[in-house]
Structures are given as structure tokens and as C-alpha cells.
Design a protein around this ligand. Structure first.
Ligand SMILES: *[C@@H]1O[C@H](CO)[C@@H](O)[C@H](O)[C@H]1NC(C)=O
Ligand SMILES: *[C@@H]1O[C@H](CO)[C@@H](O)[C@H](O)[C@H]1NC(C)=O
Length: 344
């Protein structure tokens, strides 16, 4: 692909979505700079990109920057035409104090926005989350789309969901008051699946990992939006350059949602022996309630049990011509990659 000459900053280069955004920007002919928390991980990032059949890796550079600190960010945005702000704190376990998550998410986003504006960046795309749409509602919502916002003060919001909602709100408020000529769009993925490039991947991938490794005694009655990481990256690139994406949010989902039991069925039908440990029945809710007493991660999912959300991707498909692949392909690619890297 011809050299576009433009520089894109992708924050969070070690993350699952970040890696695929780097791959697709390089393939499209952009120069890419990425932030990582420690330059020591440069080699890991390059190795994972190679697994993703990277092209033009000589056009990729690294900057050390941490969301909770000022260092490195000014240098990171310098000379960029676009910024894909993918990085977000996502702890493996709920933090002791929700502010430990909310403050770096919000401050990190505002820092990137104000520095990008000062550096003359044309457009920033922020990776928000379905978490900023689908939670904290007390009234029933028929169809979840971009017009809906989670209520950060509503019931049963985890620190992570709160942090995503507050960070995205803060970003739009910033744009209204002091964004200047810079443009913003946001992409809001549901559970992100797809081929892993190494041991760094999203929390949703762990669902497939657990299904394959037999650590689900039964399938919790949870219902998920599914989207493939390659399609999420593709939507970031569309949101970055399409004039119609300016000032808009885009929900990244391949509807309808799936239950964990349905995911297990797909894996059994297509993965043969590798899927022999997948659960064949639903785990009773009372068992999960008991488990939640000892395990905070289980406690987080309790409010979601039995819930069936309807989600729409009409905006991304209609306005930007986005076409997500099938959920079955995405789940199978996830499973095959976990097997390939010996992660199950
Ligand atoms: C299965 O995968 C999960 C999720 O990554 C992990 O926490 C667990 O230890 C694994 N269990 C086994 C038996 O390998
Ligand atoms: C919050 O969670 C509790 C139990 O986990 C559930 O009974 C309640 O209905 C939830 N509230 C809302 C509004 O989802």
C-alpha cells in the first residue's frame, strides 16, 4: 500500500484492540506511533504484530507513556494527523477503590484530548465501550444504540463500567467547550473476540479460554454482545477518516447477542475434540450467588444473569458501511488461536 505520509498515534499498543489498530493502520499506508507503559515491551509488541502478518513495520515507532502520568504524552501526539485513543485502565480484578480506575481513565482521556488539540491533530477516535451505553438503567430499554448512555450513578455499575462512561462523557464535554477545530468520534465495542496474537488479550477471550479448558462447571446464564477485534479496528479506521463520523458515537456489535451456552454449542459443533470440556447445561443462578460470596469477579456478573439486551449496529453499518463478520467465524478464530499459542 502506498505511503499515505500521515502519522497516526495508537495509544495502548500492547492491548488486543491496539495491536489490530496498528496492523490495519500500517496496512492502509499510515505511519504509526504507539504508546506503551514500558519500552521494555517493544519486543513483545513487535512479535505479536508479526504473528498478525504485519506490513511496513519500519513505519512503526514507540513512545513510553502511562495513562496516570504526564510524561511522554506531549511527545506522543506531536506531528500526528489522527489519534486512536485505545488505552484504558482495565484491572484483572475490581480495584479497592473505584477512583483508582475512574481517575486515570478520565484524566488520561482529557490529557490526550487537550494535547492533541494543541498539536493540531485533525481527529481523535476514542475507544469507549458498550459499558457507556448499556448499564445503570432503571427503566427497560428496548433497543440499545448510540443515543443511550449508561447512568454512572445508576444501580449495579462496576468501577470499570463507571470509568468508561465518565471518561467518554468527559471527552464530549471537553469537545464542546474547548475542542477547537479538532474532531472527535467514539467507538463502543461489546465483548471483543477474534484471533489472539499472543498472551495479551481482552477479558472476553477468557470466556472462550474457560469454555475450552473446562473451568466452567456449567454455563452462567449470561448474554453477550459479540464483535470481532478485526472489525473493531476496521470501525476505528472508518471513524477516523469518514467525514460523516465526525462528532458521532458508533456501537460495535454483531447482533444478536449470544449466551455462554450458545457459544459452547458453536465451539462443540466446529472444534471437535478441542471443545470436549465445554459445558452442556446452564449453571443454576443459586450456585453463582454462592460463589459470589467468595469471589468478587463473580459478584460483578450477578446483576446481568438472565438479562437479554437487544443491540443495534445500524448506525455503523448504515453511515459508515461497516460490515462485521459472522460471530461463528469470530469465535472459531478465537478458539483456534488459543490452541495455536498453547493457551488452553
Ligand atoms: C482456564 O482459563 C481461565 C481463564 O483464563 C484461567 O483462569 C484458569 O486458570 C484456566 N483453568 C485451567 C484448568 O487451565
Ligand atoms: C442489581 O443487582 C441485584 C442483584 O444482584 C438485582 O436484584 C437488581 O435487580 C439489580 N438492579 C438493576 C436495576 O439491575
Amino acid at each position: 500500500m502506498a505511503d499515505k505520509g500521515e502519522l497516526v498515534l495508537v495509544t495502548g499498543g500492547t492491548g488486543f484492540i491496539g495491536l489490530y489498530c496498528i496492523l490495519q493502520c500500517l496496512a492502509a499506508g499510515y505511519h504509526v506511533r504507539t504508546t506503551i507503559r514500558s519500552l521494555k515491551r517493544r519486543k513483545d509488541v513487535k512479535e505479536m504484530l508479526k504473528e498478525g502478518e504485519v506490513t511496513n513495520i519500519d513505519r512503526l515507532t514507540f513512545v513510553e507513556a502511562d495513562l496516570s502520568k504526564d510524561d511522554g504524552w506531549k511527545e506522543a501526539v506531536e506531528g500526528c494527523t489522527y489519534v486512536l485513543h485505545v488505552a484504558s485502565p482495565f484491572p484483572p480484578a475490581p480495584p479497592k477503590h473505584e477512583d483508582d480506575l475512574i481517575i486515570p481513565a478520565r484524566e488520561g482521556t482529557l490529557r490526550v484530548l487537550s494535547l492533541a488539540r494543541d498539536a493540531g491533530v485533525k481527529r481523535v477516535v476514542i475507544t469507549s465501550s458498550f459499558g457507556a451505553i448499556g448499564y445503570g438503567h432503571t427503566k427497560k430499554i428496548d433497543v440499545f444504540n448510540e443515543q443511550i448512555w449508561s447512568d454512572p450513578n445508576g444501580p449495579n455499575l462496576s468501577a470499570y463500567l463507571k470509568s468508561k462512561t465518565i471518561a467518554e462523557r468527559a471527552a464530549w464535554d471537553f469537545m464542546e467547550k474547548e475542542g477547537g477545530a479538532m474532531e472527535l468520534s467514539t467507538v463502543l465495542p461489546v465483548g471483543v473476540f477474534g484471533p489472539v496474537l499472543g498472551p495479551d488479550f481482552s477479558i472476553s477471550i477468557q470466556i472462550v479460554q474457560r469454555l475450552l479448558n473446562g473451568s466452567f462447571p456449567g454455563a452462567p446464564d449470561l448474554n453477550f454482545g459479540v464483535v470481532d477485534v478485526r472489525d473493531v479496528a476496521d470501525l476505528h479506521l472508518r471513524a477516523m477518516t469518514d467525514p460523516k463520523a465526525k462528532g458521532e458515537r458508533f456501537l460495535a456489535v454483531s447482533p444478536p447477542t449470544m449466551t455462554i451456552l450458545e457459544m459452547a454449542q458453536v465451539l462443540r459443533e466446529r472444534m471437535g475434540k478441542a471443545a470436549r470440556k465445554t459445558p452442556t447445561r446452564t449453571l443454576p443462578t443459586f450456585v453463582l450467588r454462592l460463589m459470589a460470596i467468595f469471589d468478587k469477579t463473580v459478584a460483578l456478573i450477578l446483576p446481568e444473569l438472565g438479562d437479554r439486551k437487544v443491540m443495534s449496529n445500524e448506525k455503523a453499518t448504515g453511515v459508515l458501511g461497516w460490515q462485521p463478520r459472522s460471530k461463528v467465524d469470530s469465535l472459531i478464530a478465537t478458539a483456534e488461536s488459543l490452541i495455536k499459542y498453547d493457551l488452553v
